[in-house]
Design a protein around this ligand. Structure first.
Ligand code: NI
Length: 190
């Protein structure tokens, strides 16, 4: 299996399906999650890089907020087409299914690859990018600024304490402080 070609094809597939979805679950998000996952995986030599890479890139292709399908239909279609074995496809899909914040509240992924990709996705909800995505998603769903700010407390600010890996915790520290500083500034202005 040529991993580089596979990775590129997976990215093309994501662009076809997600394009520039304005709510923050777009191709650019998938690429950032992939990049975060590679960064975390550098310090986790025991992980399976093929599973980590493909799960990170494909993690939103069956997102329930965008698609109405079951059993990782889009991810499975791509991976099957690429001749990936059924066993590896199941492992990738299990990782993808451990990523969603709302569906996995308080549940730790059972595999190292799941921990890495879950952390990679959650890091993208923190810091400057996390703020941008929160308002983009809020606007798309008709939420007021106050309602979007509530999302900071419900999700963004609890992420730091729920991360799985030390590498993600290191990256999160600065992004978390930035969120707190942003909220403080916002309160002062209001
Ligand atoms: Ni995501």
């Amino acid at each position: 299996m040529n991993n580089e070609k596979l990775t590129r094809d997976a990215i093309d597939y994501v662009s076809e399906l997600l394009g520039k979805n304005s709510g923050g679950h777009d191709t650019a998000h998938s690429l950032r999650v992939y990049k975060n996952a590679l960064r975390i995986a550098e310090n986790e030599p025991a992980c399976d890089m093929t599973v980590v890479s493909l799960a990170a890139i494909l993690h939103d292709v069956d997102d329930h907020k965008i698609f109405n399908n079951e059993n990782n239909e889009n991810a499975r279609a791509f991976l099957t087409d690429k001749g990936i074995s059924a066993e590896v496809i199941d492992r990738i899909c299990n990782v993808i299914n451990s990523v969603s914040f709302s569906r996995n509240r308080g549940k730790k992924p059972v595999t190292l690859e799941g921990m890495i990709v879950q952390d990679a996705d959650r890091l993208d909800a923190l810091g400057a990018i996390g703020i941008a995505r929160t308002f983009a998603y809020g606007g798309e769903h008709g939420r007021s600024i106050d309602e979007s700010i509530q999302h900071f407390y419900d999700k963004l600010l609890v992420i730091r304490d729920e991360l799985n890996t030390d590498t993600a915790r290191d990256i999160a520290a600065k992004r978390h402080s930035f969120l707190e500083a942003y909220i403080a500034e916002l309160k002062e202005e209001i």
